[in-house]
Ligand binder design. Structure first.
Ligand SMILES: [Zn+2]
Length: 319
C-alpha cells in the first residue's frame, strides 16, 4: 500500500463535503479474503482511522425499523391511523400528518426511544472499536442513534451531522439550540393513551412559544447548535491532522441516500491524497472508483461478517 506524504492543507467540514459523482465505479474482482487481508494491513499500518458510518452499519449490527419489529411495536398506531403509506416502518411513520401535537409526540417519543436511547446494537460496534485501540480515530456519521457512543467511543471523537434521536428543537428553528428530551420521552411513553400524550407534556419552544420537533435533518429548519459546531471543529481539526499522514477512511454501510456527506468526500480525499486509503464496507453498495486503483478497497459482504473477519485478521499476528 502506498502511503506517501503529501503537502498538508487546512481542512474544514464545508471543504470536505463533495458533490462529485465518480463516473467510474467498479465492483472489484479481488477475492474476498485477499481484500480483508489488504484492508487489515492498511489499518494496521495507519496512524489515523476516520470512520464514516451510515445506516448500513446500524442495520448490520442488528437494528430493525420495519417488518415484524414495526408490527410488534407500533400496532397501537396502526390501529389508529391504518397501515397506509406511513405505518409501515419507523422512517415513514414519523412523517404521518398527525392531527395535533399530542398525537405527534405520542408516536415520536415512542419512535425516538426505540431508535435511540433504548436501542442497543453495540456488540458489532464494540468489536470494531476494540481493534482500533492505539490509532487516532474519529467518527463521522449520518446515524442519529448514537450506537458508537454507547459502545464506548468518546463524544469528543464523534460528529453526528444529521442530528440525534435524543434531541428536540424549535420546529421552525427560531434559535440555534437543541434540547435533550430522553426523560421527557420516557414520561410521554408512560402516560400515552390511545396514541396521544397529555397536553401538559407537549413541548413548546422556550423562545417563540411555537411547536417543537425532533433535531433531525429533515428540512431547512435543522438546528446546528453550539455542540454541533464544537463537534464540527473537532472533526475539521482531525482532518487537518490526518491529511498527509497514513490514514484509512473506513466507510461502514454508506449508500446513496446522502452520498455528499461521507461517500463522495471519502473518494475525494483518497483521490487527492496519496497517503490516504479508502476501505469501503457495504452489503450491496461497495463499488469504488476504478481510478483510485489500489487506494480503494471495496468489500461487498454482509458487514457483520466483514467486520468480524477484518477484526479477526487485525488481531492475528500474520498478515
Ligand atoms: Zn422557536
Amino acid at each position: 500500500m502506498n502511503f506517501n506524504r503529501s503537502a498538508k492543507k487546512k481542512m474544514s467540514f464545508e471543504r470536505f463535503l463533495s458533490y462529485e459523482y465518480s463516473g467510474d465505479y467498479i465492483l472489484q474482482e479481488t477475492p474476498y479474503s485477499e481484500q480483508i487481508n489488504l484492508a487489515a494491513k492498511a489499518i494496521r499500518e495507519a496512524d489515523y482511522v476516520l470512520l464514516g458510518a451510515g445506516a448500513g452499519m446500524s442495520t448490520a449490527a442488528g437494528a430493525e425499523y420495519g417488518g415484524k419489529f414495526f408490527e410488534e411495536h407500533f400496532s397501537e398506531f396502526q390501529k389508529l391511523y391504518g397501515k397506509g403509506p406511513y405505518m409501515q416502518d419507523m422512517y415513514s411513520a414519523g412523517f404521518y400528518p398527525f392531527p395535533d401535537q399530542e398525537s405527534k409526540w405520542g408516536l415520536w417519543s415512542h419512535l425516538a426511544l426505540l431508535a435511540g436511547a433504548d436501542l442497543d446494537v453495540t456488540p458489532l460496534h464494540k468489536t470494531l472499536l476494540d481493534t482500533l485501540v492505539g490509532k487516532k480515530i474519529f467518527l463521522l456519521t449520518t446515524n442519529a442513534d448514537f450506537q458508537f457512543e454507547k459502545a464506548g467511543m468518546s463524544t469528543e471523537q464523534i460528529f453526528a451531522t444529521q442530528g440525534s434521536y435524543r434531541l428536540i428543537q424549535c420546529e421552525r428553528g427560531c434559535h440555534q439550540k437543541a434540547y435533550d428530551a430522553v426523560e421527557l420521552f420516557r414520561q410521554m411513553e408512560r402516560e400515552r393513551k390511545n396514541g396521544r400524550i397529555p397536553t401538559e407534556l407537549v413541548p413548546k419552544c422556550p423562545v417563540c412559544g411555537g411547536p417543537m420537533a425532533m433535531n433531525l435533518r429533515v428540512d431547512d429548519h435543522f438546528v446546528q447548535d453550539e455542540d454541533w459546531h464544537a463537534a464540527e471543529d473537532r472533526f475539521s481539526q482531525f482532518l487537518s491532522e490526518c491529511v498527509g499522514r497514513k490514514t484509512v477512511l473506513l466507510e461502514l454501510g454508506v449508500g446513496f441516500n446522502t452520498p455528499t456527506i461521507i461517500r463522495f468526500p471519502f473518494e475525494k480525499m483518497a483521490r487527492e491524497n496519496e497517503s490516504i486509503l479508502l476501505v469501503r464496507l457495504s452489503r450491496s453498495k461497495a463499488m469504488v472508483p476504478a481510478s483510485l486503483g489500489n487506494r480503494a478497497i471495496g468489500i461487498s459482504a454482509d458487514m457483520a461478517r466483514s467486520i468480524a473477519d477484518l477484526t479477526a485478521k487485525l488481531k492475528s499476528t500474520e498478515l
